[in-house]
Design a binder for this molecule. Structure first.
Ligand code: NAD
Length: 286
């Protein structure tokens, strides 16, 4: 690793996508995926379509969504992908999104993945950014859950799952990400609350990874370097990978595969739990 450490993931190819046998993985079953125009959300939308599901890929970046559809086609996804240009801060649009999803088939799965990062210490943190992050990463997942639950429960077997993209920052805190940390802890709380009310049929799980090669990570490198007074190379080597035993960042598809597994029949006993896939970062010390 050096100055040229590659933060962009390689092209998403079919051979990296986990495909599983599941009687519910057909185009009759609908999955809503947020943040689907980029990074982890895009890979998850593609992976679920590759597993045969009807996917409603939503984001506020229309061009990014079109690219997601193109990639799904390239990997030979058999499930159709519909796109929905929705800003998750708009309650009415979120409610309409769920209704659209429910009209496409049997809504069973929701992947709350959209998110954003902002680097600043508590004393300097802008309150409008605080509100935006809470709205996108806590309020919208709650509203999507609230609107989706009745539809999932209507399925003939009442089976489905709601998954939330948390983070290692939903377990431990680092400097200059106070609100991100708060939202990720909250998402784990939401996950457990859904499990408590889902009666084992509407399951819930969260996914907590360390750093993944996405634009969200690339963008925070210069800001972290500035706040900590270190070089960008040190941010990658010491801050992002320093505490990880696996010295390679995850790719979006590695995270997408966890959503596929969790939604599938093989995740039947994963309910309220967290898939902490962090290369050992938060499990080891020195
Ligand atoms: P990304 O920036 O590549 O994608 C995030 C997507 O969310 C973007 O397409 C963006 O348009 C969308 N989004 C943001 N605000 C929105 C809004 N108001 N309405 C609709 N869409 C909106 O980021 P990513 O790295 O793929 O992150 C996805 C999720 O994974 C986030 O919740 C992030 O916190 C989490 N996560 C990322 C990492 C990582 O290292 N990349 C690690 C752990 C957790």
């Amino acid at each position: 690793m050096g100055d040229d450490y590659e933060l962009s993931p390689p092209e998403l190819t079919a051979d990296r996508i986990l495909t599983l046998t599941d009687p519910r993985f057909t185009d009759e079953s609908v999955a809503i995926v947020t943040g689907a125009a980029s990074g982890i959300g895009r890979a998850t939308a593609v992976a679920l379509a590759k597993n045969g599901l009807t996917v409603i890929a939503t984001d506020m970046d229309e061009d990014g969504l079109a690219e997601t559809v193109k990639i799904a086609d390239q990997v030979g996804a058999t499930g159709p992908i519909e796109t929905a240009d929705v800003n998750l801060t708009d309650d009415t649009a979120v409610e309409a999104l769920v209704e659209t999803a429910a009209e496409l088939g049997q809504l069973r799965y929701v992947a709350n993945i959209a998110g954003l990062q902002h680097i600043d210490p508590i004393e300097k943190f802008p309150m409008e950014t605080y509100d935006l992050m809470q709205n996108v990463m806590v309020r919208a997942p709650f509203l999507l859950t609230k609107c989706s639950l009745p539809h999932i429960r209507e399925a003939d077997d009442g089976v489905g799952a709601i998954a939330n993209m948390a983070s290692v920052h939903g377990h431990v805190a680092t400097q200059d990400k106070p609100v991100y940390i708060m939202t990720k802890f909250a998402l784990r709380g939401l996950t457990q609350a859904i499990a408590a009310e889902g009666e084992g049929r509407v399951r819930s799980f969260s996914v907590s990874t360390a750093y993944v090669k996405t634009p969200l990570v690339t963008k925070q490198v210069p800001d972290t370097a500035r706040e900590r007074g270190i070089s960008e190379r040190e941010v990658v080597e010491d801050v992002m990978l320093g505490h990880s035993r696996v010295k390679e960042m995850m790719e979006p598809v590695d995270v997408a595969n966890l959503f596929t597994f969790g939604f599938s029949q093989y995740g039947q006993h994963l309910d309220g739990g967290d898939l902490r896939w962090d290369g050992g970062m938060t499990h080891t010390y020195e």
